[in-house]
Design a protein around this ligand. Structure first.
Ligand SMILES: Cc1cc2nc3c(=O)[nH]c(=O)nc-3n(C[C@H](O)[C@H](O)[C@H](O)COP(=O)(O)OP(=O)(O)OC[C@H]3O[C@@H](n4cnc5c(N)ncnc54)[C@H](O)[C@@H]3O)c2cc1C
Length: 451
């Protein structure tokens, strides 16, 4: 007979973990099913190792750009050792034990739905009132002719490498591509970053992509925007030539694919509950219920909604609250979107173009922070920083913001709150910001606008 649970969680990345933790705390009988490592992509091959790899090169960059400091040396072996420690040497036995101690049944294996409230794993069927699909996403493989003949890395090989290749071609100029370019380049790799849209980080305002491109190029990264990698071929001992659509040939040791992620919807038995995924992922309503299927929930990358860990965790809180009898709806306004480059890229809410498409009467500004506030010049010799704001002129509320500036990933949260709360710009204009901080940019930017 199938073992019966209150809830089965399929996939234990950051989203699944939040649901599991909350439901276990509430005394529910929970089974968690994970085919690889508890903690998911984020903990072992994505957010955590990439931010760890970025940190020492960032300090080196900051020290070099400051004044009265030398340039610190990077100890690459120590960096990789620390990264290995922080990704737990790809060993989740401590996590498995932790969940078991909290009362969960942990099943390691590839699970799939076999009907409403039923999941099959390792030949065993588990039953529950609720099933939460949190299976995440995988890296897309690009249709590059000859790709099978050359050394290819995805985020997995990049974030766990113990070698810095001499040369790398990185295809995909979103957050992952920009971050990977920068830490690899600062560790001594000669990097070319290829992006088929016309700007980097192209979901943001084009000014954002142009600014970060300038900073990457300044430190020697070759950026090719509006270009596609078309062909790859072997070129002697372990090296390769990548040909772009304009005929440019780039010699490299490794081809790193960072463009696009696919929600993991294949092979998880959606047909057994009569559900079809769409191109974006598994469709959910604002309660994170899989549309039309009682007792089935989904969250995180598999839903295709804003592929970030903090969004997966937020949806995890929504799902847990609703399973526990609540009526919580997800609201994605004011979600931060950060690239942990140096300087950081941060944004929230609508871009100017999106606001106009929604019929909003827009007022916008791009503030040169060094020319307007004191913090940039006290921070580094060649001060950097731009802040963009998008205001709904009729409603007098902030609807979007972006920044390319030091620590922008921290101070963007003021804009996130203002966008989410639909806070009047008059409150921001009457606010007192600490002198001298980057946050003072909000006041300076608003005062420059004709509102
Ligand atoms: C290089 C890189 C850097 C990133 N950096 C950041 C960052 O700094 N900040 C940020 O917010 N986001 C970042 N992201 C995005 C972030 O990693 C994802 O948004 C996040 O991991 C999504 O969480 P999740 O729980 O939906 O899925 P995942 O973390 O993908 O976890 C899903 C889990 O489900 C398991 N699974 C899948 N199918 C099955 C099955 N059939 N049976 C059992 N188990 C299954 C998988 O093994 C996996 O463990 C980054 C992504 C990449 C690639």
């Amino acid at each position: 007979m199938a073992e019966k649970f209150d809830v089965i969680i399929l996939g234990m990345g950051p989203g699944g973990e939040v649901v599991a933790g909350r439901l276990l705390k509430a005394g529910k009988k929970v089974a968690v099913v994970e085919q690889e490592l508890l903690g998911g992509e984020c903990a072992y091959w994505a957010c955590i190792p990439s931010k760890t790899l970025l940190r020492p090169p960032e300090i080196k960059g900051e020290a070099t750009r400051a004044f009265g400091t030398g340039t610190p040396e990077l100890y690459v072996e120590d960096l990789f050792d620390y990264r290995d420690y922080i990704i737990r040497y790809l060993d989740d036995s401590g996590e498995v034990e932790g969940y078991e101690e909290m009362g969960a049944r942990v099943v390691k294996g590839e699970g799939r739905l076999v009907g409403q409230g039923r999941v099959e794993v390792n030949g065993e069927t588990l039953e529950a009132d609720h099933v939460v699909v949190a299976t995440g996403s995988t890296q897309n493989m690009l249709p590059i002719e000859g790709i099978e003949d050359v050394t290819v890395w995805t985020n997995r090989e990049a974030t766990t490498t113990r070698e810095v290749p001499e040369r790398a071609v990185i295809v995909g100029g979103g957050a992952n591509g920009v971050e990977t370019s920068q830490w690899l380049s600062r560790l001594g790799c000669s990097v070319t970053l290829v992006q088929s849209p016309d700007t980097l980080v192209n979901r943001e305002d084009p000014q954002v992509g142009e600014l970060i491109q300038g900073f990457l190029e300044e430190e020697g990264i070759r950026v090719r925007v509006g270009r596609r990698a078309e062909k790859a071929r072997k070129d002697g001992d372990g090296s390769a030539i990548i040909t772009l659509d304009d005929g440019e040939e780039i010699p490299t040791d490794v081809l790193i694919i960072t463009a696009g992620r696919t929600p993991r919807v294949e092979g998880i038995g959606l047909e057994s509950v009569g559900i079809e995924a769409n191109k974006k992922g598994l469709p959910v309503d604002d309660h994170c219920r899989v549309e039309g299927t009682p007792g089935l929930w989904a969250l995180g990358d598999v839903t295709g909604i804003l592929l970030f860990t903090h969004v997966a965790q937020y949806q995890g809180r929504i799902v847990a609250a609703n399973i526990l009898g609540g009526d919580r709806k997800a609201d994605y306004s004011g979600v931060p979107r950060v690239v942990f480059s140096d300087p950081e890229v941060a944004a929230t809410g609508l871009t100017e173009e999106q606001a106009r498409e929604q019929g909003i009467e827009v007022a916008s500004v791009n503030l040169d922070m060094a020319a307007s506030i004191a913090r940039p010049v006290t921070y580094e010799r060649e001060p950097r920083g731009n802040l963009g704001l998008v205001v709904d002129r009729d409603e007098r509320v902030l609807v979007g913001a972006w920044a390319v500036a030091p620590q922008a990933g921290e101070w963007i949260h003021q804009a996130c709150l203002a966008v989410k709360a639909r806070m009047s710009v008059d409150i921001l204009l009457d606010s007192v910001f600490q002198f001298p901080t980057f946050s003072q940019g909000y006041l300076a930017a608003l005062e420059k606008m004709d509102l």
